[in-house]
Design a protein around this ligand. Structure first.
Ligand code: SF4
Length: 466
């Protein structure tokens, strides 16, 4: 049963990675809260230490993605949507700094880079993004938790294998995938807006105006990430010498418009908007997981195009985002939105599929067109590997977002153009299952470990920071 809420999928947080930055920060904050509860029964003295162990892809690309900084922030009690990104970027930049983590009654636990262990060679756990957090007293463990960062900032605890993201009330309308959603709508004569809004109300205990207002806040952060990115120039952090290109691309779009080259203008605008948010994400600035940080540029780009250039009304955009979220729910619940689990098709492919549904809905497409648009976009990302150079979310990620936005637009056009020719040969649910199976077949080298493909090309080597 799909119980994911819009606000679990679309979360505000710092870049560059939802699984490697947002998830670990949330897990560290959860562990800190467990420690705080422990200290109500046990006095905090000078003999406590905290140790954090990172395994799998979380270790392999943790440095490039800023996982170490996110964990320190979480242990400080910070949460992704309010953390100061300037402060975050300074953490662990200077060797041998001792951070005094504040706990109870003004007492602290010292924490340094030496309390973080990156195990690059062996992952004894069942998930590729694993972190183990241990509270030690006199060097003996007194509290221990293992967390999986399962993509999009979602966290599961190893012992429960259940998402810790929120409580799980029952949705009003039960569906599992696209087929069951379509059946439900047909049998009960429900619109997609009714199904999604009534489910969101049941899952969040909020009213429709409150939900629309909060969706508006998410849209504002998305729009701000585009606007900031369009103004900035210079080189992104991380040592790859990657230049920001959103501003220049936007100027190109305006030149194309002056010369009435409308096709080039459309592509350049979508490119510019997607580059803008993706560059902000790569720089560690505030973005929205959509559904992940690596793919955070696609939906804001399409939304900005619909809002700014097509003048689509605000309420339509908000319901369009709910429809996009529905596509993300189905993918997350039947496959994955994590690059570490299934490769980039699960991140950029999912975002492009969601954006295709957004385009379709906002242009008047019914649920069948929306379904087909989402299927086309996802199908044409199948097999896409995740091999970010130096573990940074820059190459290939930034351009991949621009292409994901363009593909979403074309998927909407292809879906709209097949009206009246019956059901497609391949269904959305089948493509989701093919993505799952293809991702399982992919070598771990192509699943956010930076040990294959582009990441090891041209002498970059395969180690974080190399
Ligand atoms: S290659 Fe794709 S999945 Fe991998 S980090 Fe980049 S955007 Fe994310």
């Amino acid at each position: 049963m799909i119980t994911t809420s819009f606000f679990e999928l679309f979360k505000i947080g710092p870049g560059p990675s939802s699984s490697h930055t947002v998830g670990p920060m949330r897990a560290a904050k959860i562990f800190r809260d467990i420690c705080l509860a422990y200290f109500t029964q046990h006095p905090l003295d000078a003999h406590y230490k905290i140790r954090v162990e990172l395994y799998g892809a979380l270790a392999a690309t943790g440095h490039g993605h800023g996982t170490h900084r996110a964990i320190v922030a979480g242990l400080y009690g910070q949460v992704p949507h309010t953390v100061n990104t300037d402060w975050l970027s300074t953490l662990l930049e200077t060797p041998n700094v001792v951070y005094q983590l504040p706990f109870t009654d003004g007492k602290t636990i010292p924490f340094t880079e030496h309390d973080l262990f990156f195990d690059y060679s062996f992952n004894p756990y069942r998930h590729p993004n694993t972190m183990k957090m241990v509270l030690l007293h006199h060097y003996r463990p007194v509290l221990e938790r293992v967390y999986y960062s399962v993509g999009g900032g979602f966290i599961e605890e190893e012992s429960s294998a259940a998402s810790l993201s929120t409580h799980k009330p029952t949705p009003k309308h039960v569906y599992y995938n696209m087929d069951t959603l379509l059946s439900l709508m047909e049998e009960q004569n429900l619109s997609i807006e009714t199904v999604l809004m009534e489910n969101e109300m049941a899952l969040t205990n909020l009213s429709e105006p409150e939900i629309l207002d909060q969706i508006g806040q998410i849209m504002t952060v998305m729009r701000q990430s585009v606007e900031r990115g369009l103004k900035k120039e210079g080189i992104l952090p991380g040592g790859l010498n990657v230049h920001r290109r959103a501003k220049g691309m936007f100027e190109k779009a305006q030149q194309h418009e002056q010369h009435k080259r409308w096709a080039e203008a459309l592509f350049a605008r979508l490119n510019a908007y997607a580059l803008a948010t993706s560059e902000e994400n790569a720089a560690g600035q505030m973005v929205v997981t959509a559904p992940t940080n690596g793919a955070a540029g696609i939906i804001p780009a399409c939304l900005e195009y619909l809002r700014n250039d097509c003048l689509v009304p605000d309420k339509t955009l908000k319901y369009g985002l709910l429809v996009a979220a529905m596509i993300g729910f189905i993918i997350k619940n039947n496959a994955s939105i994590s690059g570490a689990e299934l490769g980039c098709m699960a991140e950029v492919g999912s975002a492009s599929s969601m954006a295709a549904a957004l385009f379709s809905y906002c242009n008047g497409g019914d649920i069948h067109q929306i379904n087909i648009a989402a299927e086309i976009a996802l199908e044409h990302h199948l097999g896409m590997t995740c091999d970010p150079i130096k573990g940074l979310v820059q190459i290939p990620c930034i351009e991949r977002n621009a292409n994901g936005a363009i593909k979403a637009y074309n998927a909407y056009l292809l879906a709209a153009g097949r009206l009246g020719i019956g059901k497609p040969v391949i269904s959305f649910d089948q493509v989701v299952e093919v993505m799952r199976q293809t991702g399982l077949d992919l070598s771990h080298k192509y699943k956010e470990t930076a040990t294959g493909g582009l990441a090891t090309s041209f002498g970059w080597g395969n180690m974080p920071g190399s």
